[in-house]
Design a protein around this ligand. Sequence first.
Ligand code: ADP
Length: 303
Amino acid sequence: MTLVKVQKLTKTYGKKTVVNGIDIEFGHHKCVALIGPNGAGKTTTLRMLAGLLKPTSGSIYFESQNKTPDIREFIGYLPQYPAFHTWMTGREFLTFSGKLANLSKEEANKRADELLKEVGISREAQDERISRYSGGMKQRLGIAQAIIHKPKLLILDEPVASLDPIGRREVLILMEKLKEEMTILFSTHILNDAEEISDELILLNDGKVIESGKLTELRKKYQTTVIELQVDDDITKYVDRINNLQAVLNTKIERDILYITSDHLNNARKEILNLVLTENWPVTTFSINKASLEDMFMKVVNS
Ligand code: ADP
């Protein structure tokens, strides 16, 4: 069932169109990644969806609109650079946020307790000032605050971009867990993060959706295979022989490694190994790697 449907959403500033007629649709309990380089229009799109920025034109439909005209009940939003009252403790901050979300004092206390546990703020840290929290802890606290009212849609703008590897891991694990309870729409310019946790991808470039769909489907559509070949010899002597093979699309050499691209893995493997065996090449490495999401993105942008 559709949770959010966006049609021809557009935002212009003066003569500049930063979001250019985008259509997006997704359902419940999904993790949807909005991917694109800096300046693609991700933040602008998310802020329009969160109701913080008025679209120039287009429509946004939320399932909840059948029941409530106030979509704020339905959405949780964490900006890219969240601001905290850092003199407060994590628990105080969440209780305060709960009261702002119209919870009674008891409800706010109870919810703060639940959330501190859910986002994994340790017992000692719960009563420490936020100023002493690590980046990952702050981000998890920010997420707790964004879901205090149990929204169906959680919007996160670049949730892991500023974190170190440990903080990044903690937040990605939390997002995996939260997906059981709600849909998460998050933006990122780091493709690995999207690859790791999202079910669906929306690729944005220059304010336009250039591709969207399930990760598995997009992989199938754009996937090429890269075979790495190394020999105990000057690799340039072997390149022409590889280039002449039918299943090979192209090759490049980087630091003694020959990268061979093909979209027919089985054929390419057979042809290359045949050559290696019949001509007795001094092979030291033969490995097969799937092209990364980054390769896929470049392919989509350039197609
Ligand atoms: P992203 O999040 O993908 O990096 P943004 O949505 O922040 O992209 O910005 C998209 C484009 O819109 C950028 O070129 C940015 O400079 C421009 N932009 C964003 N906000 C404004 C504004 N208030 N006035 C004018 N231009 C803006």
